[in-house]
Ligand binder design. Structure first.
Ligand SMILES: Cc1cc2nc3c(=O)[nH]c(=O)nc-3n(C[C@H](O)[C@H](O)[C@H](O)COP(=O)(O)OP(=O)(O)OC[C@H]3O[C@@H](n4cnc5c(N)ncnc54)[C@H](O)[C@@H]3O)c2cc1C
Length: 212
């Protein structure tokens, strides 16, 4: 995943910025791949240190968990799903094993449970809280791409959608294709996939390979 100023600030606050950056791959510019095929780069800044970084999401998650485990005041409970929260008394009910439940009473509750947050849903039961969720038309697929010019984030821009690749340590790239779901649904077989890439990302075909 791409790591820039905001993520670095958060890592610095928990003393992990240097450790994460020691294995991160600097991306000094965006390499733009227009439909014409004449690729060009747009630097992130004027100095050599002006860059964003590519980090391995799994390795980052593992490091954060390991460091949390080392803190004496943190206990981690896997496979425990928050089911209910009474935010007047800070009483939380979690799933425990396949059928069990456990109740926890706490001084503070920080809800960090993602886009479909149960904490937020429970907050809405206790206060006059409005919340609106809208889905965009786009979905994404990840693919692996063989080595290209390193130290770049490669971008194939389009008005409605785009493809980006971030470098990995084994010199391969992880490619993310972001597109309206309707276009993904139009890809029915190998031929229609190739037609899509010929129309929108022609210079990527040689790099990825034409057959599945
Ligand atoms: C394709 C894609 C590419 C992205 N690329 C980047 C990138 O390059 N750089 C970047 O900075 N960001 C990127 N993002 C965004 C980034 O992944 C999210 O912003 C980030 O993961 C959000 O973190 P979060 O902790 O809020 O939620 P999440 O990562 O969703 O974590 C929520 C956690 O809460 C747990 N949980 C949920 N419900 C419960 C419950 N009831 N009880 C207990 N636990 C629960 C979940 O299991 C999960 O572990 C990308 C996102 C996508 C989809």
């Amino acid at each position: 995943m791409a790591l820039s100023h905001r993520g670095r600030e958060a890592l610095r606050a928990v003393g992990l910025e240097d450790e994460v950056l020691s294995t991160a791959i600097p991306m000094r510019a965006r390499m733009i791949h227009p439909l014409s095929g004449n690729q060009y780069s747009i630097p992130y800044g004027t100095k050599r240190d002006d860059c964003i970084y590519s980090v391995n999401r799994r390795a980052l998650n593992e490091l954060l968990l390991t460091k949390a485990e080392e803190s004496p005041n943190i206990s981690i409970h896997f496979e425990s799903r928050l089911l209910q929260a009474d935010l007047e008394t800070n009483t939380l009910v979690f799933s425990d094993g396949a059928t069990g439940k456990k109740t926890v009473q706490t001084e503070f509750v920080f809800g960090c449970d993602g886009a479909h947050s149960t904490v937020r849903r429970q907050m809405m039961r206790w206060g006059r809280l409005n919340y609106q969720q809208e889905y965009i038309q786009h979905g994404y697929r990840e693919l692996t791409m063989p080595p290209m010019e390193p130290n770049f984030i490669h971008i194939w821009p389009h008005h409605e959608f785009m493809m980006i690749t971030l470098p990995n340590h084994d010199k391969s790239f992880t490619l993310t294709l972001l597109m309206p779901c309707s276009l993904f649904e139009s890809v029915r077989n190998e031929d229609s996939l190739l037609t899509l890439f010929q129309a929108h990302f022609p210079d990527s075909i040689n790099k990825i390979g034409a057959s599945l």
